[in-house]
Design a binder for this molecule. Structure first.
Ligand code: PEP
Length: 252
């Protein structure tokens, strides 16, 4: 299908990894051969400090480097922040926005997430917008309502399938070892696909929809074959090349 999204397996290192950890990227790049590259895009989002060194270390490799967050403005008096423009200048291609840890730890609203996603797109980069419900919201039968609201207010009004990725990450599955059933993932991803098509007419079918939350080698094959799952956003299992590449190899 011409419109069918190309799979993406993205790693989010969060606040993990010292300079020595960059060796894992070289191991990933080595294992990311042409056969695998023909099937799936691979991306690692290290701490922002390591973006530029990672990009130069990976010169010539198809393994892409991204950022975990950015400010919504291109520059200015915002101590400690980095802009999408700076991330692009450092050689990265993607920026994660609206991760649940940012929404919780930094009180980020969907309106702020949207302005960040717009800044990412304005800089010419791909925005990975994260959405997901808490355990209490799921138990209350509100998962679709919560995710629908987040999508409506977090994605750029003129979002395009080429420069926007949605990551569904149930908050209760992140770093816990818990995962939803394949049926629950199918239901939610179908709902996200429909909602995105309504919000972005003509773009929704082509958007890559990632599942995130305790993805590892042991469950990746089952999760990645679910309808409307076009890849994964991986936290803990992206820190080691062997773990990350075992997930990516599902697409081989
Ligand atoms: C994440 O935080 O994006 C994530 C999916 O983490 P983990 O894979 O460790 O659950």
């Amino acid at each position: 299908m011409a419109n069918s999204p190309r799979p993406l397996v993205a790693g989010n290192w969060k606040m993990n990894g010292l300079k020595a950890s960059l060796v894992e990227l070289s191991a990933m790049a080595k294992a990311y051969d042409a056969a695998l590259h023909s099937k799936v895009d691979l991306l690692i989002c290290p701490p922002s400090l390591w973006i530029a060194p990672a990009v130069s270390q990976l010169a010539g490799s198809a393994l892409a480097i991204g950022a975990q967050d950015c400010h919504f403005l291109p520059q200015g008096a915002h101590t400690g922040d980095i802009s999408a423009l700076m991330i692009k200048d450092a050689g990265a291609s993607h920026v994660i926005v609206g991760h649940s840890e940012r929404r919780t730890d930094h009180g980020e609203t969907s309106a702020l997430v949207k302005s960040k996603a717009e800044a990412v797109n304005a800089a010419g980069l791909v925005a990975i917008v994260c959405v997901g419900e808490t355990q209490a919201e799921r138990q209350a039968g509100r998962a679709n309502e919560v995710v629908g609201e987040q999508l409506q207010h977090s994605i750029p009004a003129d979002g395009k399938a080429k420069t926007l990725v949605i990551a569904y990450e149930p908050v209760w599955a992140i770093g816990t070892g818990l995962t939803p059933t394949a049926a629950d993932v199918a239901d939610m991803h179908g709902f996200i696909r429909q909602t995105c098509e309504r919000l972005l007419p003509g773009q929704g079918q082509g958007l890559a929809l990632l599942y995130g939350g305790s993805v590892k080698a042991q469950n990746a094959a089952e999760l990645m074959q679910v309808a409307n799952v076009n890849g994964a956003l991986v936290g803990g299992a992206s820190l080691k090349a062997s773990d990350f590449m075992a997930i990516a190899d599902v697409y081989r």
